[in-house]
Design a protein around this ligand. Structure first.
Ligand code: AP5
Length: 212
């Protein structure tokens, strides 16, 4: 079973992908997390990615496809794709990649939310610099200010979670990513979920709508 989680920055793709991954015990592939790890390791690809990510811009399609195509071809188990595809070109290339191994996408879970709501979520997000655990100053506060409950690591404010960068990310979403919604709707793969509910309600709605 191969599932795409689609939605604007801050719609809850990462949060829900982790919950659904745990529920069904399937693989979670987040392009954002893969890229941030490359940036942390200061690899050549990481340095290139950082020059786009720190401005809130999308990384060129050929870089993303270069990073993912062989990985996807080699996987023997089902997965959730979180943050990919993000352009029509990426969606069409994903289709071609999966065709070569006789596979397809089964569901596209579209997390639908007002863009004003995501701005508030993103400015309040904090992430542990050590273990990656996520917090939110409005909805999931750490017990001790700036300290991770789990590992004691320092909590950081993602460099693209500042208002100006958030706006650039939302503009990219509107211009480059939103057109994918109708692409998958036409293929009858789209499941629209109201992402403006509680964490648990969103998870329950997703589970109700997919059958694995
Ligand atoms: P990526 O890491 O994928 O960032 P994003 O898409 O902007 O997504 P976010 O992680 O910000 O949001 P999310 O939807 O996962 O929400 P989350 O669950 O975290 O990509 C980062 C960058 O990498 C891109 O800008 C681009 O440069 C590059 N990149 C990645 N993939 C690429 C690709 N395919 N092509 C080109 N470039 C690419 O939740 C956000 C906050 O909201 C959290 O604080 C959370 O606690 C809170 N929240 C979630 N759900 C709820 C709820 N139901 N109620 C209240 N609060 C909630």
């Amino acid at each position: 079973m191969n599932i795409i989680f689609l939605g604007s920055p801050g719609s809850g793709k990462g949060t829900q992908a982790k919950r659904i991954k745990d529920h069904y015990n399937i693989l979670h592939i987040s392009t954002g997390d893969l890229l941030r790890e490359e940036v942390k390791q200061q690899t050549k690809q990481g340095k290139l990615a950082d020059s786009y990510m720190s401005k809130g811009e999308l990384i060129p399609d050929e870089v993303i496809l270069g990073m993912l195509s062989e990985k996807l071809k080699s996987l023997k188990e089902g997965y959730i794709l979180d943050g990919f595809p993000r352009t029509l070109q990426q969606a069409k290339s994903l289709y071609d990649i999966l065709q070569t191994i006789d596979q397809e996408i089964d569901y596209v879970v579209y997390l639908d939310i007002a863009l004003e709501e995501v701005k508030a979520r993103l400015v309040a997000r904090r992430v542990c610099n050590v273990c990656g655990e996520e917090y939110n100053l409005e909805t999931k506060k750490p017990e001790k200010e700036n300290v991770c409950n789990k590992c004691g690591g320092e909590l950081i404010h993602r460099s693209d979670d500042y208002p100006e960068k958030i706006q650039t990310r939302l503009d990219s979403y509107i211009n480059a990513t939103a057109p994918i919604i109708s692409y998958y709707k036409e293929q009858k793969k789209l499941i629209t979920i109201n992402a403006q509910q509680s964490f648990e309600m969103v998870t329950q709605d997703i589970i109700k709508n997919i059958s694995i």
